[in-house]
Write a protein that binds this ligand. Sequence first.
Ligand code: 3BY
Ligand code: FES
Length: 434
Amino acid sequence: MTTTPAQIHRLPASAAPSGMLAELIERRIPGMSLEAPFYTSEEVFDLDVAEIFAKHWIFVATEAEIPEPGDYLTINIGPHSVILLRDDDEQVSALHNVCRHRGARILNEPAGSVGNLVCGYHHWTYSSDGSLLHADSQPADFDRSAFSLRTLAVRTVAGLVFVCLSNSPPQDFDAYAKRIEPYIAPHALARTKIAAQEDIIEDGNWKLVMENNRECYHCEGHPELSCSLFPTYGYEEGGLPPRLRPAYNRYLGADADLKLTSEANALPYARIEELRQGATGFRIQREPLDGAGESFSPDGKLVCTKLLGEFDEPRLGRLSMHLQPNAWFHFLSDHAVTFSVLPLAAGKTALRTTWLVHEDAVEGRDYDVQALKRVWHRTNAQDGTFVARAQLGISSPAYLPGPYAPNEYQVEDFVCWYINRLRAGTGAAGESGE
Ligand code: 3BY
Ligand code: FES
């Protein structure tokens, strides 16, 4: 008897919140950190994978990581393993890394290059578009066309690669792409190469990693970053602690200069901040850097002398983008750095950091890789310590939710977005903090 593709493609039901989860989502208090189970419970973790990571656009890579046809990456999103592949038409495609015979994982390296995709178990062989080309010893009426690898939605925007595991990805991505493209395109990521990449595992829930990124209340814990990134980030002038006043005054001057420089170079710089809205919440803005205003370095000077794209002006500050649920980015005149957060377990999270430089930049001549990485290598390690301490404290029965300060408003934006998406996805009533 032949099984029909319709029967085969029946998808698992989405995770419905149990009574306890529904109540936790419902009773979240605006302006306060989440209750402990959001960070510690494996049940919430499973819900996060099903409702957040499997239903939203997830930033996973840059196109520069797979420059040639056949180049691939494997990306783990919770229990999902996704193959990102540059196909024979030079497009980026995304396939589930699950053999259609008996389910074995096909590609088992984090990156590489392939012709056809051959499952190592019984050697079913697929083309780069996922069609099954060959399966040994099957009956004469075996229909290969019913057993292609399952594909998933993939989009590239200005050299950034996003996937969505859902069959009906959020529709607002097109509008998002249209708005961010003019900001990022001048940095010409299509003409970059990977200078360095680091994966770290943080001992904390993925939301703690994101929340930590969304505020600079803790930035005095980042001495290397604070040399060039103004630690006044997120503060209103009235809420500034006196010790940050000199930095704030420098920021105002540098910001006025950056606006002129951006206009002279036809670069958009205005802030768009829609971190709570819709499915694809984001923030983008070109902002000044301290010191020489050029790059992330001890004196704010360039860390790569070969500038990106067609730039001949080094003082372009940082074009920074923050994206729900799992990413942030900084695009500078001389390099770009991207961050992708992927959940591993309730208390474990992977953070991938990628540094990109002009494809013609030569290590040792134009840049020193240790100097290029230094600020974010150190900052990530410091953040990892903060996240681990938060996870430990929240895991204590003594933990109670605490209040966000005004300069942590983007943490509140992230949490409101998260709760809203859980409510939207699980059918629970109400929107948070609108
Ligand atoms: O990386 C960021 O986006 C900045 C730096 C420190 C805080 N955060 C908002
Ligand atoms: Fe892949 Fe058998 S599980 S060929």
